[in-house]
Design a protein around this ligand. Sequence first.
Ligand SMILES: [Zn+2]
Length: 322
Amino acid sequence: MQTSGTDETGSLKPAGPTVAGTVIDAHTHLFTVGLLEEVLSKEPPEAMKRFREGLKTRKWGRPGREQTLPEMTPQQCAAWYVGRLADAGVSRAVVMSVMSDSQWTRDFLAAANGHVTALCNVDPRDPGAPALLEREMAAGFKGVKLLPVNRCYRLSDPACRPFFEKASELRASICVHYGVTVDPTGDLRYADPIDLSPVSRDFPDIPFVIAHFGAGWFDSVLRLAYQCKNVCVDTSGTNNWMDYHVPKMTLSEVFERALTAMGPERVLFGTDAGTTAPYRTWIKYQQVRTLEEMGLSDRERDLILRGNAARIYHLDEVLEDA
Ligand SMILES: [Zn+2]
């Protein structure tokens, strides 16, 4: 089917520059049957039990709230993903890959033609990490998503240094998930963003985006952001970490503290929408409404909802052919 965004073959036309006043979702996810099949084919049968179960049942999501895992080619999925964003009034999205070295994701990105971009997934301790990062950036990824809580490592570990040196050289932006996680294997000993301090200090040219306002470690994020001007936050997710935060804060108070500490150039809107459940339009509604009620200027709102993601994830730079 040809829509306004596709050519006669059904392929997506290349994305143009981002437009002021539109909304970019700086934190989404992608899970499909084909992607899981590829990842699991490289793992021993006993590994990644949760993923294996999802693939077997074609169901994905939080326990009790599983939904059907989409079964599409990367090209079909790209067109579907972009249509879903358009229906939600979102102009672009940045997918946070949780799978490493995935051809399925590279094919999806190529087909998405700039409408959806992504951060790759790399284990920064791996001696092969700099070379993998180089390949992924050449394939069109804009940076890296790191998961120290889920994978149990510290970014201050000297073993990660060659990876950060390569990230700096390649202008890769980095998003880090600290704090609480829905992943039952997560270890909160690795949850405090303060661990990033020597890294953000020593690599001031790398933008570090802490996901979900630090997911419960908000005070650490604010202190780190005071010390290192290259530390930013994304606002993505339900932000239900606020239920466990002392003292109690409202979402507008969280935004207010973040904006006071970091300014409007370092806060990026996101929903943390997955692929199986309906797109999280309510989070977009809630956050856009909160920013309106706070009385921010059009310029400040545009930075948070679009401009910062476009700048930090290089969305307005022409994609080089992979
Ligand atoms: Zn996420």
